[in-house]
Design a protein. Sequence first.
Length: 235
Amino acid sequence: MDSLFGLHFHAYDPQAIKANEHARTLVVTDILLFITDALLCGTFFRYGNITRCHTCLAKLYRTAYITFESTGALQNIDPTWGVLCGGHCLRVCPASFSPDQCTKRCAHVALLAGFLCGTIAVDLAEIADEISAKSINVPFSMNSYNPKPYAYCHFTSETAMENAKSISYALKNVGLTWHSPDKVTSLCHRCGHPNCNPNRCSSSSRPNRFARPWQSNDKLRALYNKHLPPSNPAL
């Protein structure tokens, strides 16, 4: 029976339904805990109607799986690697990408360091545009949950990255320096300069306190617990 009272019947194929949804889904990473679902969906709504938004915790960040009404939304966002949301850069990648395609987006990365306290991605938007960075992510401290004084800049090629590194930049009259990602541990967590002792760092007059586990930060713990699945016990 093909129809009944004007209704048409189709074979139920759960795999086809899942594949269709997968083709309309965008993976969004580096979502800070204080970015609300309303702000997140409002940011991506401009690319197309959203039918579903599912998030999960990834350490002290969240990852979102945003499903659009049509694949056209992903075609609109395909050339984009990073989207500003609340002043912070969220990295994006279609769920249909292969592991190799995802890896290519992390193949050419450089550190830009030396920011003043409180600098976030939106403050670097002009620099990101000048150096043709596809995304520019300022990581947050796992203890204080404040922005670190450096950013990871992602490029499409080695040539684009080297061209960017050949230029000297300054932000708010403070000179910035380029480094490879494997040198991140040599950077001062206060000023972002190499080989600077945080205890004697001139960028801050505040005493250097011992790092505390993030679980001892009441506000941060509350944010984390807010995003825990109901089945998980709160910390």
